[in-house]
Design a protein around this ligand. Structure first.
Ligand SMILES: Nc1ncnc2c1ncn2[C@@H]1O[C@H](COP(=O)(O)OP(=O)(O)OP(=O)(O)O)[C@@H](O)[C@H]1O
Ligand SMILES: [Mg+2]
Length: 240
């Protein structure tokens, strides 16, 4: 088993006749927070969906700890240590908070006391969610729903966590809580791949940053290098 959590080689993927991801190559290092930024429509969600097994690979290869998962289904990737929180539609809105969490434990085959202790473990990280177990998930605020989706993903104690814009639409306070949770999970040993528009808030919790422009890697650099730059906007536009 390789120590590299995720390795992506010359990845091509898209929808219909068009390729959206045009030959992407990168390795994610063990234990890092690897952040993907880039303009709207640059392919960030598509890349995360390809890693999660939701959008098929047209060319290239994805490895998870050295194992070729390029053509594995999402459930098989989850069994191999991956978890994914989508940008949208990430909880069952017509179910309660508690039912969402129960489904998450059932999905990975946990029962009884083990399932309960797993739920208690993740709820300890999200007090906003823990106090609302009987509430319909659809009536939660956007931030609370994001916390619930995050909590459900952590039920499997994933080795690699994929988060697509977890702070989107949140107040600075709630976004701060999300980034704190990212740091906590990361400190416990989970490698995190994070897609973010909120670059200023994401950089302090990130180890390295991939700038994706038009479905290609524009830059891959330590977060500290990007923090020092005052021309991020130009980098985004692909001019720098
Ligand atoms: N299911 C789909 N079918 C067809 N085209 C799609 C589909 N999903 C995304 N696309 C197209 O792929 C391109 C990249 O979209 P994607 O959602 O990956 O971008 P993004 O970088 O995540 O954008 P945002 O910052 O707005 O979330 C866009 O042109 C989009 O229209
Ligand atoms: Mg997106």
């Amino acid at each position: 088993m390789s120590a590299i959590p995720i390795s992506v080689e010359n990845l091509r993927a898209g929808y219909g006749g068009d390729d959206i991801l045009n030959g992407i190559t990168f390795d994610v290092r063990p234990g890092e927070v690897f952040t993907i930024i880039g303009p709207n429509g640059s392919g960030k969600s598509s890349l995360i969906k390809v890693l999660a097994g939701i959008v098929p690979v047209r060319e290239g290869r994805i490895s998870l700890f050295g194992r070729d998962v390029t053509h594995l289904k999402t459930a098989q990737r989850i069994a191999a240590g991956l978890a994914y929180v989508p940008q949208e539609f990430n909880v069952f809105r017509n179910m309660t908070v508690g039912e969402n969490l129960r489904l998450a434990t059932e999905f990975i085959g946990l029962r009884g006391g083990v399932a309960q202790s797993e739920r208690d473990r993740v709820l300890g990280m999200f007090p906003d969610v823990a106090g609302r177990l009987g509430v319909q998930a659809g009536t939660l605020s956007g931030g609370q729903r994001q916390m619930l989706a995050f909590a459900c993903a952590l039920i499997s104690a994933p080795d690699v966590l994929l988060l697509d814009e977890p702070s989107a639409g949140l107040s600075p306070r709630l976004a701060g809580e999300i980034f704190e949770a990212v740091q906590t999970v990361n400190a416990q040993g989970t490698t995190v791949i994070l897609v973010e528009q909120n670059v200023a808030a994401a950089l302090p919790v990130s180890d390295r940053v991939l700038v994706l422009v038009n479905g290609a890697v524009r830059r891959l650099a330590p977060a500290t290098d990007l923090k020092a730059r005052d021309d991020l906007a130009q980098l985004f536009l692909g001019e720098a």
